[in-house]
Design a protein around this ligand. Structure first.
Ligand code: ME8
Length: 656
């Protein structure tokens, strides 16, 4: 999907823009789409203004959790990684993402480049061998100090159990870089955005850095350390391997043709991976004697009903479903406009509809419709700009004042403010129509002023279309077409930079760009709707019929029931009643469930069969074992039977 541009002059600016490379244990969701759309917006903008742009995205495919996810599905790890990586790529293609390269950490060039980097750091004396012992979370691929664990056992990031790992490891001398890192933060106030996040990082580094374990011997699915070191059981720590992608994508250690793109203009990331990017990554780069990135920009979380999205909570928003229902570019606009960069945002279809109907439909779409209507009715579609400054200089000045504020906001990642500021000229235009009333002007024979007013509206729309282009590429091309010009580097230079007005043109009628959306398009579980005041959670006494408590459909839908496949079952030692099951709910969501069914089912006969699972129960501990769900069963005098689907269904299918 690349629209790679190169600089026309040798002195022009470079813009190397990256997203995180996404783990292939998850299918793309709105959070991934958010990061990628921000990066895409910056890339389209940088190309438009003539910067030599290179936009990188891709997938992170190594590590124990990918190996285990593949194993649980009886797939080879490579085959499994290929499939999920393909899903990311096809999602970005559906999103018209203009990446120049899609890197995979399983690419041969990446592995060679990562090995070259490891060797350079080793030769420099920054990597040495020792023994590591600590609490390791496989899911987060991270060691945690005891003090950070929840209940002395569970990972503070994802809540899954950690295990004690003791292994021989190579270490990176991170502690040597503490002062150099602090100096970098100090001398580059914009190296971490938003600036509040920079302070957090500084505090963390000031509290002291320990050397970092950068190899593992406990699994195989990774990049081996270089042969020259002669220690073949070591593979690279997945974060070292992954971070190197930003260099290897440009050919570091292999074909270095693109290395002149370095350093990155911006690494876009979510706040969850700030530590890796703002501490480890610059330290690795310093060790490699490479220049440091200009910005590391960390955005916040998309949540659902205030909770972080995750597959295990079943609250993940599928970005393709939303784009198909509401329009891809409307969704892009919404994501960037709705949430201040760095803050968290709650996703709801209502908020999306409001943005489409109000900002896009009323403010932008209607303005173009009004112009098409007025110029058609009074001037046969003819639009001229010559007299705009004579009658509407104040409005033109107001527009310019907003337009000139935009670029710094973009590079400061203040995308919501960028869009907010971009909407001001639209309100200037809408207000001008209401104030000067072209129909009155025409009635009074002041045709020149009416034509100039149309010219003003057309020029405001042209400016807005160009500056909105990186967010809504196709929609703005349509607007420009209707206004008789093309959005490209030349029109950006002429209209935005030089402040030239549009040439005379005949307006082209186009269908309304943002048809009003009256109803939520995707059916939702009622729990997403705000609770009505009189709706009480408890079941009222009168709601009882024949001794059975009546619940509302809303209350029923609070329970998430899913079909799961038992992939492993074993007896719980010392328990007469309990079996320990691993239940696959699809999409890499495997639950450990402790179930009191041993009197009626043996562990062996359960493996490969399906069950119905309550998937949103709070995890509990039974006999010291974590249980993340409950299987449904019916019991009478004859004993207990499990509730199962009549025919096999895909793991994870909702029961309703
Ligand atoms: O961390 N809201 O990969 P990952 C907003 N492979 N953004 C979200 C989000 C949410 N709910 N969930 C995920 C990794 N993201 C590593 C990166 S880079 C060298 C290696 C976004 O698949 C956000 O950008 O877990 C986050 O940083 C990224 O997805 C993590 O993706």
């Amino acid at each position: 999907m690349s629209q790679s541009t190169s600089c026309k002059t040798t002195s022009c600016k470079k813009a190397y823009i990256t997203t995180p490379i996404y783990y292939v244990n998850d299918i793309p969701h709105i959070g991934h789409a958010y990061t990628t759309v921000i990066a895409d917006t910056l890339a389209i903008y940088s190309r438009m203004i003539g910067h030599d742009t290179f936009f990188l995205t891709g997938t992170d495919e190594h590590g124990q959790k990918i190996e285990e996810a593949a194993k649980a599905r009886n797939r080879s790890t490579q085959e499994y990684a290929d499939e999920i990586s393909g899903k990311f790529r096809s999602t970005w293609d559906r999103f018209d993402i203009t990446y120049d390269k899609f890197i995979r950490t399983t690419d041969a060039e990446h592995k060679l480049g990562a090995q070259a980097a490891f060797k350079n750091m080793f030769d420099k004396g920054d990597i040495y061998k020792d023994v590591y012992k600590g609490h390791y979370c496989i899911s987060c691929e991270t060691f945690f100090p005891q003090i950070q664990l929840v209940d002395d056992e569970f990972c503070p990031e994802c809540g899954k159990p950690t295990s004690i790992v003791e292994e021989e490891s190579y270490f990176f001398r991170l502690s040597d870089y503490q002062d150099k890192l602090l100096a970098w933060y100090d001398e580059n106030p914009e190296c971490i955005l938003p600036k509040s996040k920079r302070n957090e990082v500084i505090r963390f580094v000031e509290s002291g850095l320990e050397d970092l374990s950068v190899t593992r011997t406990s699994f195989d699915w990774g990049v081996r350390i270089p042969e020259e070191i002669n220690d073949p059981k070591h593979v690279m720590y997945v974060w070292l391997d992954a971070l190197m992608n930003y260099l290897t994508a440009l050919g570091y250690g292999t074909d270095e043709a693109k290395m002149d793109q370095w350093p990155a203009r911006v690494h876009l990331i979510g706040k969850d991976i700030l530590r890796f990017h703002a501490i480890y990554w610059p330290a690795f780069l310093m060790s490699l004697d490479m220049p440091l990135p200009k910005h590391i920009a960390a955005h916040g979380w998309w949540t659902r009903n205030g909770e972080k999205m995750s597959k295990s909570k079943g609250n993940v928003v599928n970005p393709i479903e939303i784009a198909d229902a509401y329009g891809l570019e409307n969704f892009r606009y919404f994501m960037l406009r709705e949430v201040p960069f760095g803050g968290d945002g709650d996703f709801s279809q209502r908020a999306l509809m409001d943005r489409i109907n109000s900002d896009l439909g009323n403010d932008l779409g209607n303005l173009l419709n009004r112009l098409i209507g007025m110029s058609g009715k009074y001037f046969d579609g003819d639009v001229q700009s010559d007299l705009v400054s004579k009658y509407y200089q104040v409005e033109l000045n107001e527009m310019k004042a907003s337009i000139t504020k935009l670029e710094p906001l973009l590079y400061d990642m203040q995308l919501h403010r960028y869009l907010d500021e971009l909407w001001r000229p639209l309100s200037v235009a809408n207000k001008a129509i209401d104030t000067y009333q072209p129909w009155t002007l025409m009635k009074e024979g002041r045709e020149e002023e009416a034509m100039a007013l149309n010219g003003l509206i057309a020029n405001i729309l042209a400016n807005v279309a160009i500056m909105l282009h990186p967010v809504m590429p196709k929609t703005t091309v349509n607007i420009a077409k209707s206004l008789g010009f093309t959005i490209d580097g030349d029109s950006y230079q002429k209209i935005i930079q030089d402040g030239a007005l549009l040439d005379r043109f005949t307006i082209e009628k186009i269908p309304p760009l943002f048809p009003r959306i009256e109803e939520m398009i995707i059916a939702e579980t009622p729990k997403e709707e705000p609770k009505k005041k009189d709706e009480k959670k408890e079941v009222k006494k009168d709601d009882k019929a024949e001794g059975v408590a009546l619940i509302t459909i809303d209350q029923f839908f609070l329970t998430s029931l899913k079909i799961g496949t038992v992939i492993k079952a074993e007896e719980v030692p010392k328990s007469k009643k309990l079996l320990l099951l691993q239940v696959d709910l699809g999409d890499d969501d495997i639950r450990q469930v402790v179930s009191g069914i041993k009197e009626w089912y043996s562990a062996e006969e359960l493996v490969g069969t399906q069950v119905c699972l309550v998937a949103n129960l709070k995890p509990a501990k039974l006999m010291g074992l974590k249980s993340e769900g409950m299987v449904l069963a019916a019991k009478d005098g004859d004993g207990l039977v499990l509730m199962r689907p009549e025919k096999p269904k895909q793991s994870g299918t909702e029961v309703s």
